[in-house]
Ligand binder design. Sequence first.
Ligand code: BGC
Length: 757
Amino acid sequence: MYKQLLAMGLFALTVFGSVNAQNNEKRVEIDQKVDELLSKMTLEEKIGQLNQYSSSWEMTGPAPSGSNEQQMLQEIKSGMVGSMLNVTGAEATMNAQKLAVENSRLGIPMIFGYDVVHGYKTMFPIPLATASSWDPASAELSAHLAAVETAASGIHWTFAPMIDISRDARWGRVMEGAGEDPFLGAAMAVAQVRGYQGTDLNSENTIAACAKHFAAYGFAEAGREYNTVEISEYTLQNMVLPPFKAAVNAGVASLMNSFNIIGGVPSTSNNYLLRELLKGAWGFEGFVVSDWNSIGEIHEHGAAPDLKEAAYLALKAGADLDMAAKAYLGYLKELVEEGRLDVKLVDDAVRRVLRIKYELGLFDDPYRYSKLDEDGLVLNDEHLKAAREIAKKSIVLLKNEGQLLPLKKQGQTIAVIGDLADDKDTPLGSWRAQAITGSAVSLLEGMENAVTDKGSVRFEQGPVYVSNTPSFTQHLEFNETDPSGIDDAVKLAKETDVVVLALGENCFQSGEGRSQKDITLKGFQQELLEAVCAVNKNVVVVLMNGRPLAINWMAEHVPSIVEAWHLGSEAGNAIADVLFGDYNPAGKLPVSFPRSVGQVPIYYNHFSTGRSEKTENVFWSHYTDESNDPLFPFGYGLSYTTFEYSELTLSESEITADQKLKVSVVVKNTGKVNGEEVVQLYVRDLYGSIARPVKELKGFEKIFLKAGESKMVEFELEASDLAFYGADKTWKAEAGDFHLWVGTNSQSGLKGEFKLK
Ligand code: BGC
């Protein structure tokens, strides 16, 4: 795998990271300019470059203590603020930039950052959904179009992609990442970095990306937000870090620290992660931004007695830019003057920040982004069209018994039921940047747009789902007391041929600060589902959610289930494309769906355990009240057609360390309609110097096959793909026996064997 990650990075290096090759000369020039500027800067001015404030009108965390707008303005004017977040819009960014450029002694422009996670105003599917497309080109396109809109509004830098691997559906931020697998995660990370940054940061429609959160935030204990992380070095190196390494190889401009500690060490002051690995072994030349007050939280963790010590530890470890903690502005000068902190470390951090500012062209024209015609570039038809395309590719068909789907556009009466069905806001998802509230195409609208006769689609809301006004920062209150609406829904369900029932999660049910101990349907959704199923057999559930849900009853009793996540601005149209068969779904799950929250963390690439075989007695690794298997495995997803795999061929039965193994398989579309299939390659290293996972994804390819058509799909593996980080703290492949599978998901496939000599 490592090699494939490297290859992805190398590809990026040759095509895009020519950000390096082509720009080598430019780079030397920029370095000279940076050094020149640095030599003119006072220590205070240097520290100012490492200080980031949030605009006070849109905070994404608790307000820093002593924050005061007048004081902030004064500090910007005196060059004490190198960066701001949450300043949005061409006018606001222009005005803020003027304060710094026109008033400070050296006129150094600020860099504006913002959480553009899956779109700026046009919303694309949440990242977990885009990962379900298994189509890096879609992830790249959505990031690119988001960059176009973001840049148009004067923002230079997004705090994305979020590339945390997570195995825990209780954690609300699962929606922001690409799921549980490092190989798929790395592919999505590279695609997004490319999408945001393009080939040249200097272009007016690219922005700097930020791979976050470094590292292991997705392993928060018990899925509880901001909780401690206890992770083995094995898992950290083999599962968590590969997407970051791939993003670095692809030229990502920045990384963000994570809030958590690992083995007691806060990530923000983790010398090994930042200095040794990232900036040392990986050769990362961009900058590292702390997370919101994560320097202050070093003290909260109990790893520093006060903010001054926290500032010392963070800068020394390699956190370059202080988001919202005011720790650097408050204490770095003292620390240098006391002789505790080498000014060279400050210089290194400043150099990194200035270099990206130069690469963005901010020194040529600090207002260049803000001057663009914002209106023509955001939320235009082209972007909405792409949002629909990407959304439909992100849908996963979980069940389709008796071919209930696709539905008919005429000659069938359809009940559309559920509070989420006419919700024009939920599809926008969490982390929605500047999306206009209520601007998504709802499921109901999408279906009405698709049918020939609008009268064939009838709607009932059912019980209200969320009983307060949903907001990004406040707790949701689910309606747990008033089931009214179920009777009307049942009445309608009795009168129609088919029911499309929208269930799942509100947009702000997943996302930051949204951990849940229970991942079953909330409110009266389960009651509604059972009541509707009791009167109509033809029920299609459309799930809208940001995390895997435990939906056992549904999986057993409902003939058709469509996983539609939170799909963005064009959600309803995209879902209708799938429901009516205008698009044949091809998405695959990037996460395992547990049967019960008690199975969590659940993931396909686990170890075998010493007692994995079922025995007559109880003494094997299992639950007495639940199966070990997920409800739906990683890589799973159906189509309206069927695919048959045959002729698995391995070019060799043994390979040496410098030989390539060619693996081919023939895939046939055996159904009646055209379709796409994600062909997946998994490998198991049977024995190693340490235990090895039962399966690991090593390749995938999405292919299109006409009805009846066959295609041969080829993969190549070599020793470096089989390498892992072992007990001796190095990456290497070990000689021995391997199994491999090529198939349609992580639990099935044709099996082959080979040896690495
Ligand atoms: C989140 C980051 C985000 C930052 C700025 C933090 O709470 O963890 O992912 O980029 O806020 O909004």
